[in-house]
Design a protein around this ligand. Sequence first.
Ligand code: NAD
Length: 438
Amino acid sequence: MRITMIGGGYVGLVSGACFAEFGSEVTVVEADPCKLAALRDGRMPIYEPGLEKLVQENAAAGRLAFSGDLKAAVDGTEAVFIAVGTPTRRGDGHADLTYVYAAAEQVARALTGYAVIITKSTVPVGTGRRIKDIVQSVRPDVDFDVASNPEFLREGNAIGDFMRPDRVVIGAETERAREVLRRLYRPLYLIEAPIVFTAIETAELTKYAANAFLAMKVTFINEMADLCEKVGADVHDVARGIGLDGRIGRKFLHPGPGYGGSCFPKDTLALVRTAQDHGAPSRLVEATVAVNDARKSSMAMRVIAACSGSVRGKTIAILGLTFKPETDDMRDSPAVSIVGRLAGDGAVIRAFDPEGMAQARSMLPESVTYCKDALDAAAGADALVLITEWNEFRALAPTRLADTMRGRVLVDLRNVYDPVAMRQAGFDYHGVGRPLVA
Ligand code: NAD
């Protein structure tokens, strides 16, 4: 089966490579000439574990190609996926659908026969209908269907999530479209992954509902962490105590500096706007957005308080900049607001992230010094702040860290370190939602 993937970013590249691995012949169309050149050279424009090998193998097998020529790529394909960005629109919080509609129009012009046009991008309810209108008005002569197939992969585990998904959601309105998608996902039937067929609107909303629910869960445990600090309880025990309840589940109950990344912040905001526009406001999601925004800002205040009320002239080592480990994605990372505030208050920032520093350079203040590893960042620092829980930070020996630093303040925003061991090594240790230990 020949398919076209419009957009070679995190979602388009991973799903394109995975569909190729499933046996389809995939052309990924990428508009950015730098990304396209890299992909054609076998270099990955993003960091995602296992992706380079998967792309190279499928490209070598002739099942995966990269192109800047959308028209040629779409010619003769049965399925065209739109996997372009849907960032927050400036000013009002809605999803910006400029790239999606531009892609739909380009696809319409390029169609040479029947195809299903499928949104993989996260798009608000009603977008599929609008795409149908656009394609119909540009090409009244051509036979096509639209479908919605939102992507649920997690950066850092994207290939596993695509190959062994908890479920696949497909919104379609004709049997012909469903049949094309069923064929595409046939390898998943063999592993009995649930495929949920719905109406287009339902599929579109399901993606936002999933992300909003997860964002709410994270925000809930963060609020509980604050309460734990006040009452002397341990948030990890609370999380375990509630998470073992099958109705609640253990995942997404880790306290931290607030959710970030390329999805939760923009998707919660867009859902809030959609719900308001349709006269069914979601107060829970509105509160989640507000609480999370406040949490990200309050994290810098925590560091300032740990540094006796001022960071002016102090050197602060930052470990981890990306919004989570195993990705280079810096979009809406809590590190952006934390580092921005600390640098703004006169701190000297020495930062290290295993994969995120290239993206960070354009998003953090110019004064930030990027270091070669964690110990280099810690060298001579008055305080150390762990923002992202990369595995290599877990293994740092407390005494080695203490010997490298000038001061002893350690703010562990992911609770990766053992507070007792850190205090024994002489650190003034601050975690999240855990009682102070003697
Ligand atoms: P991205 O910004 O990494 O990638 C989008 C790519 O599309 C860019 O490389 C851009 O140059 C390209 N592009 C834009 N218009 C184009 C066009 N007309 N022709 C060819 N290429 C074009 O975005 P992403 O993170 O992959 O996200 C894409 C969509 O998937 C978003 O709606 C996002 O919400 C959703 N999503 C993302 C994730 C994730 O973890 N990143 C997970 C699930 C869903």
